[in-house]
Design a protein around this ligand. Structure first.
Ligand code: HQG
Length: 179
C-alpha cells in the first residue's frame, strides 16, 4: 500500500471513529467501539484497500491511534463525539508539556488550557512530542510546561490513553509556564 493511501485511510478512520461515525453509517458503542467487520466494510467501500491493509494501518500507525481487539476497533483518544473511554485516573509525571501556536497564548494566559472540541486537553510526556503536536499548526510555536505534580496534589485528575497521550479536563493558568 502506498504511504499516501495509508495516510488518507488512517485519517478517514480517525474521522469516523472520533468525530462522525454516522458519515460512514457506523454506530459506536458507549465506549467508542465498533465491530471491525463493520469498519472494514465502510473503509473498503470508499478506498481500494483490503482487510489486511486496514490491519496494517492499525499496527503501523505511528501514534497508535487505534486499538483492534476481539474483532472490535476504537480510536484511543481525540474524540469529539460523546464516548466514555473508561480511563482510570492515574498519577502523572512531575511535568507535562503542551505545544501550541503563539497566537493562542493571550487567550490561554487568560483562561488556561481548555479542551476545545475534544474530550480532554491533550498533554505530552516530553518536549519533543509537544513540539510535534505544535508543528501541526502554522506560524510560531510555544511549548507550555504543566506543573502536573502540583496540579495533581491539588485534586485535579489525569488520565493516560492507550497510546500514551496524557489527558486532563483543563489546565488552570496557575499550573502553566512558558518552557
Ligand atoms: C488550543 C493530535 C486558545 C490548544 C496531536 C490547541 C495531539 C486554546 C487547540 C492531539 C486554549 C486545540 C491534540 C485557550 C487550548 N485559548 N487556544 N484557552 N486552550 N487551546 O487539535 O493539543 O493526530 O484539539 O493549544 O498529536 O493541538 O489527532 O488539540 O492548539 O495529540 O492523533 O486549542 O491531536 O493527535 O486543538 O492536539 P486540538 P492539540 P491526532
Amino acid at each position: 500500500m502506498k504511504a499516501k493511501l495509508e495516510t488518507e485511510v488512517s485519517k478517514y478512520m480517525s474521522y469516523v471513529l472520533r468525530h462522525a461515525p454516522e458519515a460512514a453509517g457506523l454506530t459506536l458503542d458507549a465506549e467508542g467501539w465498533v465491530s471491525f467487520d463493520t469498519l472494514e466494510k465502510a473503509v473498503t467501500s470508499k478506498y481500494e484497500v483490503c482487510r489486511a491493509d486496514i490491519i496494517e494501518i492499525v499496527e503501523n500507525n505511528p501514534k497508535k491511534r487505534f486499538t483492534l481487539v476481539d474483532n472490535r476497533i476504537r480510536a484511543n483518544q481525540g474524540h469529539s463525539i460523546d464516548v466514555d473511554l473508561a480511563l482510570t485516573p492515574i498519577e502523572p509525571p512531575a511535568a507535562l508539556f503542551h505545544g501550541t501556536s503563539r497566537t493562542n497564548w493571550p487567550s490561554i494566559e487568560h483562561q488556561g488550557l481548555q479542551k476545545m472540541q475534544r474530550h480532554h486537553v491533550h498533554l505530552s510526556a516530553d518536549v519533543e512530542t509537544a513540539k510535534i503536536v505544535a508543528m501541526r499548526r502554522k506560524g510560531e510555536h510555544i511549548i507550555l510546561r504543566v506543573d502536573a505534580a502540583r496540579m495533581f496534589s491539588e485534586g485535579h485528575s489525569f488520565f493516560v490513553s492507550d497510546n500514551g497521550v496524557w489527558l486532563a479536563e483543563s489546565v488552570p493558568v496557575q499550573y502553566l509556564s512558558l518552557d
